[in-house]
Design a protein. Structure first.
Length: 248
């Protein structure tokens, strides 16, 4: 539905998009939606000062208090200002373009299998098949440089992977070419190194070089003002087992 799509746009096109052609008017004036976000902000009052997202062209929590919000780009990007070279990484790491048509897809599969979406106790993870991964990451027209990995220079170990795919979204009566965030994963032992902001910045730099100015994705964590909400529903295949392992 449009609202589910806009949720994903909100949580990320507002997230790392440079020129999110979005209006907050309907969202802010919806009492239920506004109350929900305000409640989330009470749970984590420091989110409005997030080190990374508070400085990005995304919708901020302070926008809830504004009466007249502009419709249009949050920030206009001059193509001349887009860096020609990748953002620097720590000295022991390097960027690597993943070729998913080779055995490198196996590396991505192993990384996601061990470190992708998990519960807060680290007891359950989402396991995706190789066939599904390749299908999900290869819609027509996806640039090869949008499969972005980070390796350790000495060992060539893959410690992180982010990707995006081209997409179109209908927003405020306009069809926009956008990049949709795909899989985002960093090995647990490297997550304290603040590599996620670098991943986003580098992926978006590559998006800009392709003339793509909007980006969206979904997230469970409220780190900036979401535009809408969406829900995932799961079908219990073995309820007894889920109960035994405290998943329900």
């Amino acid at each position: 539905s449009p609202m589910r799509l806009l949720k994903r746009i909100s949580e990320s096109c507002s997230c790392s998009s440079s020129s999110a052609h979005l209006s907050l008017q309907k969202y802010v004036k919806d009492p239920k939606m506004k109350a929900k976000v305000i409640e989330k902000r009470k749970e984590a009052p420091l989110l409005s000062k997030h080190k990374f997202w508070s400085k990005q062209p995304v919708m901020q929590f302070d926008d809830l208090d504004k009466e007249d919000l502009p419709i249009g780009p949050i920030k206009k990007i001059d193509p001349k200002d887009v860096p020609a070279n990748p953002y620097p990484l720590p000295d022991d790491l390097e960027w690597h373009n993943i070729d998913i048509n080779t055995k490198e897809l196996d590396e991505v599969y192993e990384l996601l299998k061990e470190y992708y979406i998990e519960d807060y106790d680290g007891a359950f993870r989402m396991k995706l098949s190789l066939e599904y991964l390749k299908w999900a990451m290869t819609p027509p027209g996806t640039p090869s440089e949008w499969y972005l990995g980070i390796r350790i220079k000495d060992t060539k170990e893959l410690i992180g992977f982010f990707n995006a795919i081209p997409s179109k979204a209908f927003v405020d009566g306009v069809v926009l070419d956008m990049a949709e965030g795909g899989f985002a994963c960093i090995k647990t032992e490297h997550r304290s190194r603040r590599l996620t902001p670098l991943f986003y910045m580098e992926l978006i730099r590559r998006m800009y070089l392709r003339g793509m100015w909007q980006y969206y994705s979904s997230t469970e964590r409220v780190t900036y003002l979401p535009y809408a909400d969406m829900w995932f529903y799961r079908r219990a295949l073995n309820f007894k087992k889920m109960l035994d392992v405290s998943d329900v």
